[in-house]
Every structure is written in C-alpha cells, then in structure tokens.
Design a protein around this ligand. Sequence first.
Ligand code: GLU
Length: 476
Amino acid sequence: MTVPPDKEMSFLESVNLMFDTALTTLDIPEGMGQYIKNVNNVYQVRFPVKINGEVETFIGWRAVHSDHRLPAKGGIRFSQMVNQDEVEALAALMSYKCALVDVPFGGSKGGLLIDPKQYERESMEKITRRFAFELIQKDYIGSGINVPAPDMGTGQREMSWIVSTYTAHRPDDVNHLACVTGKPVSAGGIQGRVEATGRGVVFGIREFFRHPEDVKLAKMEGNSIEGKEVIIQGLGNVGYYTAKILDEEDGAKITAILEWDGAVYDKNGLNVEEVFQYKVENGGGIKGYPKGKFFENSAELLEEECDILIPAAVEGVINQSNAGRIKAKLIAEAANGPITFKAETILGEMGVVTIPDVYLNAGGVTVSYFEWIKNLSHIRLGRMNRRYEENQNNLLIKAIQESGGKVPQELIAKIGQGPAEIDLVRSGLDDTMRVAFQGIRERYWSSENVGSYRTAAMAISIEKIYNSYRLMGIYP
Ligand code: GLU
C-alpha cells in the first residue's frame, strides 16, 4: 500500500476520540469514562535470542486495556510496525469488541517488533517460545488471566508453540490448553476458527442487508449481497475468507483485490480463490496475475467506485488525505482501525456508511471464546448431543412419513443430521453477529445524538463495561 502515512494523529488518539464521541451520548460520570478509556497496564519486554550463532535482542509488548472481565483477550501481532501506541489502541478495541458481542472477556493485545519474513521457521519458533516465556513469567498468559490469539503475522503455528511453552512451565494447570486460542484443531483448537473473522464479516454484512432502512441509508437497493460490487484491500487471513465467502456463497462481484505489491481489477468480478492461489505460489504477492487489469499503486483502487469497500489489512488506510475521494457506498471494516477519526468525519459528511471494526471483525474473538469454553470443558462441542439429535430427527421424519406426509428425498439427509462442531460454531457466530447488529442499528435509529453505527456500537460497549465495573464495586 502506498497511502501517504497518516500524520494526523496516532492510532490510539484516533480510537480515543471515537470513544469520546460515544461517551458524550451517555450519562456516565466523567471519571469513570476516563478510567474505561485508558489502558490499565502494559508490559514491555526486551529479550535476547541466539540466531545463527549471534545474539539478537527483540522487543515486545502486552497491554491490558480492561479487566472488568477475566481473562483479558486479544491477539499477538508480529510486525515491523508494532509499537506501544498501536498495541494500546488494539487492546482498547478488543475491550469494546468483546463487550459489544457479549464475549465475557477484558481487552488485551500483544505485539512483537519483528519482520517474520526475515527468519527461518526454526528461529521463529525460538523467538516465539522465548516471548511466550517472558509473558508467562509475568502472568500475561494463563487461561484465567490473559489469553492471546493470532493476529497479523501470527497463526496456528505460533499458537501451538505458545501453548506448548505454557504447558512446559505450568504442567499442573489442568486448563493449560485454554491459555491461548487459535490453535490447530489437533492441538486443542476448534473447527472454524481460522475462517472465523472473515465469516463473521460476511454474517455482519448479511445482517445489514436484512434491514431495508439501513440499506437505503447507504444508498443501495435490494436485500442481499448478490451482484454487489466489492473491493477488498488485503488478502491475508481475514480478507481472503471474507472475499472467498462473498464470492462463492453470496454471489458478490469482487471487482478489485488490493495487496502490498499492487492491485488487480476486473469489472466483471475476480475469482478470489484463483487470485489467492496465485499469491501463495508467487511469494505472497499478486503482481503479474494474468487476468484483469493490474495497478502498481493499489491505494488508487481504494477510491474506485463500488458498493462495498472492505479494508482488511492495517489501520489508517482511509485517512484525511484520501477520505474525500472514496466512492464506495458502504465501508465494511474487516481490519482493526482502517478508518481514522478524521476520515470518519469526512465520510460521515459525504453520506458514506461505515460498519465499524468493533462490531464487524468480532467473529475471530467470538470463535476464540467457543474454543476457550471447549478447552475449559475438556469436551468437543456436539460430542454429547450430535447422535441423539440425529436419532430424534430421523424419528420425526419417520413419523411424518408414516402419517402419510412426504419429506422430499433431498432434504432427508439434511434434516436427519445432528450438529457437528463446525455447525455449532457457525451457528453461534451467526447468531452473535445478528444480535449485535440489531442492537447497534436500534441505538442508531432511536437516538438523536448518535450519528453513526460506530458511535452506537462504542456507546453500547462503554455502557456494558461501565456496568461491569459498577458491579465490581468500582464506581464514583
Ligand atoms: N486478533 C483478533 C482480533 O483482533 C482475534 C483476537 C482473539 O481471538 O482473541 O480480534
């Protein structure tokens, strides 16, 4: 991406201004508002790792924004852009996100300043295990206190190193598997976690389209995503699953995919899986993709006409320098913080509707919650009831048939099934995303002083966090 760096304010300042806007719509004592807004604690650590015979020093952070609920939850990011400001902003977003979708966690985030591409697998393992050890030592990892997860630059592989490091140090902790989420299924993970954030984004957009008043607000028509023109920025984990599901299940037209080394555009729609395979086979870039039109400067395509623009990479890509030129009708924030506070103001004046990150990308942490519950209960979801429900459903089909009713043959197998883990995960995620959006739109449409979905979402979150702190006895 070559968007000029956004010098308008830091990420944390931007998130805090969004918070302040929401706070003005609530009747919460000023002191409590300030307390909720700011990070409770942040740990910065420097540690050495011997790589190819040489000692290198690394620097990392883990911030806890809120602990009104425990454990505090949030990913660990490995990137060259990581700094304390970013980690604090992301931890704050985790608090608001969890509160909004009723995932009973506080908000946390970690970051390691590193370019993972520069290191061999073996070195990455050493570095990750050492970072995990530093966090475990200071009680920044544990199933009841703080539970990391994947984020940019990390995935299942890093999570299994973390859980194995934790288990080595706390072998007596019967809940050791619950110390981190986003693990491979074979190491205590849950089906559907990898796709969860992207699938959650799609569930969120689908819910938006179920409300004609809201679709009209974004100057669109119809009650479905089918045929809508969509631009995706970032084909990482979140962008890939979002785009793939929109393309293959919802019939959206993915007209542009933007990556770090350029963008591909096709007015008739791109085949997401094909672009992704090309990316995997070509060192993580899309330059040279043979179909569609190629653009060297991918940022240009953020400003292309479309129905839905989905920034799914890093923060600050839509800022005061380009917000005025955005032509999308709806921006669906799949990444954390892609629209800055100032850009949000400009977009609001232009009538561009935003579905905010604190809501839309909460699918990841929602399924992390399911994984954590699975780990604490030491049983796979559906293990007790799947066959029972299957038998009951088949009995019902038999009863219908024996009393003269006809059940279409193609439906028998479908109705007869009991739920597998993936079915339960998707159902829980779908419900979470539907209910949360209904709450946001209800607040938006019913309050005169709530000017955007973001303000509505943040206000709901702040209220919930405030009420938790009050129940704990922390109130003015
Ligand atoms: N890193 C993801 C996020 O930003 C997931 C966090 C989690 O699962 O705890 O929401």
